[in-house]
Design a protein around this ligand. Structure first.
Ligand SMILES: [Zn+2]
Length: 240
């Protein structure tokens, strides 16, 4: 039984290594995905700012036309002033001219504000474009790096798979089936070490009698709590 347990724990060590490799690959590609998502977000923001620019431009054109029209109206009124008969009419037209000038002044102010806004928006767009370009460059470099690492990991994985197959053949098929089932249901950990009477798979105590049986290594014992196959794992001396 000692041999069986050793074969199983060795198998588990191989499987855990393989899992780590898989996780490292996934993490690498996950980082790339995040970077790609950031670039997509940037593009969306750029599009939104561009829409704001178009709207601002439209409003500016409206204002400019309006200002021009009103200016020619002022000129028209000024010409009219020269042929005025009554003082009342004169005052009325004078007021109209003043009001129009005042309104145009406000339009001018809005125009200046819009120009400043457009400038600020354009600056944000430029910044975002720069960010995106830098992001693309980084992404390209990281992709290459991750592809290189992945190729190495892939090779390691293949090697491990071979070792795994060889190791699995050493295990009694009855235990192998149990191992595979537990591995699936217990998050990759089918074999649990037991240190000082505690199952490290679930951190629960096992009965003292069972612990004694475990030490004898005569039969395959399962944890009464998590059902994992157990093996004795002597306490490691702390380095402190
Ligand atoms: Zn347990």
């Amino acid at each position: 039984m000692k041999e069986e347990i050793k074969n199983l724990t060795d198998l588990q060590a191989i499987d855990l290594d393989a899992r780590k490799i898989g996780e490292r690959m996934a993490a690498g590609y996950g980082e790339l995905d995040q970077k790609k998502a950031a670039i997509v977000e940037n593009s969306k923001a750029i599009e939104e700012y561009k829409e704001q620019l178009v709207l601002g431009e439209k409003r500016r054109k409206e204002l400019e036309t309006l200002i021009e029209d009103e200016e020619s109206r002022i000129k028209d009124r000024q010409t009219k002033l020269m042929n005025i008969q009554t003082n009342r009419e004169y005052q009325s037209i004078l007021k109209e001219i003043e009001d129009t000038k005042q309104a145009n002044k406000q339009r001018d102010e809005e125009l200046i504000l819009l120009l400043e806004q457009a400038e600020a928006i354009q600056k944000r767009i430029d910044d975002l474009i720069k960010q995106s370009e830098d992001g693309e460059t980084q992404l390209l470099a990281e992709t290459k790096k991750i592809e290189t690492v992945s190729a190495k990991l892939e090779a390691q994985k293949k090697k491990i798979e071979k070792t795994r197959d060889a190791q699995a053949k050493k295990v009694n098929s009855k235990y192998l089936r149990r191992y595979e089932m537990l591995r699936e249901r217990r998050n990759g950990l089918a074999m649990a070490g037991v240190t000082k009477g505690v199952c490290l798979g679930c951190n629960m105590n096992i009965p003292p009698q069972m612990f004694n049986e475990l030490l004898r290594e005569d039969e395959m014992l399962s944890c009464p709590t998590c059902n994992r196959m157990m093996y004795h794992l002597p306490e490691v001396e702390s380095e402190e």
